[in-house]
Design a protein around this ligand. Structure first.
Ligand code: GLN
Length: 230
């Protein structure tokens, strides 16, 4: 399973979000602490973020492991944003290994990352998916259904594929939406903002674990969580 995180709050450098936390995504790419399937997340990685004056997000994605991306390490200390989504990938068997299969995916407005797997045959075929990777097809399905319908869309996909694992993170720059379905998420709220992550990036006791089958919404007003119907 992949590992991912989203940040909403005061602008922070990508280095401080992705590379510097002691148990952050960089560490999780080779030594995750709470990962139930897979030992490494070395099959590519990606980060998307919103920049001032641009409504649509920008992305940096790679098919290489995060720890080998020396150019990103060089620029990450000077790239800052108040809305960021990043993921390190452990590819599901049979899925493509190129950069286009690395999250985050986008429809031009939203960024989406999926930790898990889903049977693509239960999803409508979509020519606008960024990759044939199950996560990209799922992203295209969520975008087509409308992000406002995220909860019923997830419940319907889970009904069609009961073995699916559907841990999702989305942001449009003004809020984060997150779903736990088969894999956990945790969040940490402080004066500067909120980070939602597959696993805590440090041992701060303020991290809160989100129960399974929940929708989390993070806005500048705070965090709300709602149980999803099975
Ligand atoms: N199924 C997705 C992929 O192959 C995500 C895998 C994961 O969560 N480890 O990339």
């Amino acid at each position: 399973m992949c590992r991912h995180l989203a940040w909403l709050g005061e602008p922070r450098t990508l280095a401080s979000l992705v590379l510097e936390p002691s148990h952050g995504l960089l560490r999780q790419s080779y030594a995750p602490r709470r990962q139930s399937r897979g030992l490494l997340n070395a099959d590519g990685w990606g980060v998307g973020f919103f920049a001032d004056g641009r409504p649509e997000p920008v992305r940096w994605r790679s098919a290489r492991p995060l720890w080998g991306d020396a150019s990103f390490v060089s620029v990450a200390p000077v790239l800052a944003s108040g809305a960021v989504l990043a993921a390190v990938r452990s590819a599901t068997e049979g899925m493509p290994m190129d950069e286009s299969a690395a999250a985050p995916f986008t429809d031009g407005q939203w960024l989406l990352s999926h930790n898990g797997r889903v049977d693509r045959s239960v999803l409508p075929a979509r020519g606008d998916a960024e990759s044939v990777c199950d996560s990209a097809v799922l992203a295209a399905h969520v975008f087509a259904a409308g992000v406002g319908a995220l909860a019923p869309t997830v419940c319907e996909v889970a009904r069609l594929d009961p073995a699916a694992s559907l841990n999702l993170l989305l942001t449009d720059g003004s809020r984060i939406l997150a779903v736990t379905w088969g894999d956990p998420l945790s969040y940490l709220e402080d004066a500067d903002g909120v980070v939602v992550a597959s696993e805590p990036w440090d041992d701060d006791p303020r991290w809160v674990d989100v129960p399974d089958r929940h929708l989390l919404e993070v806005t500048p007003d705070g965090v709300t969580r709602t149980a999803l119907e099975g």
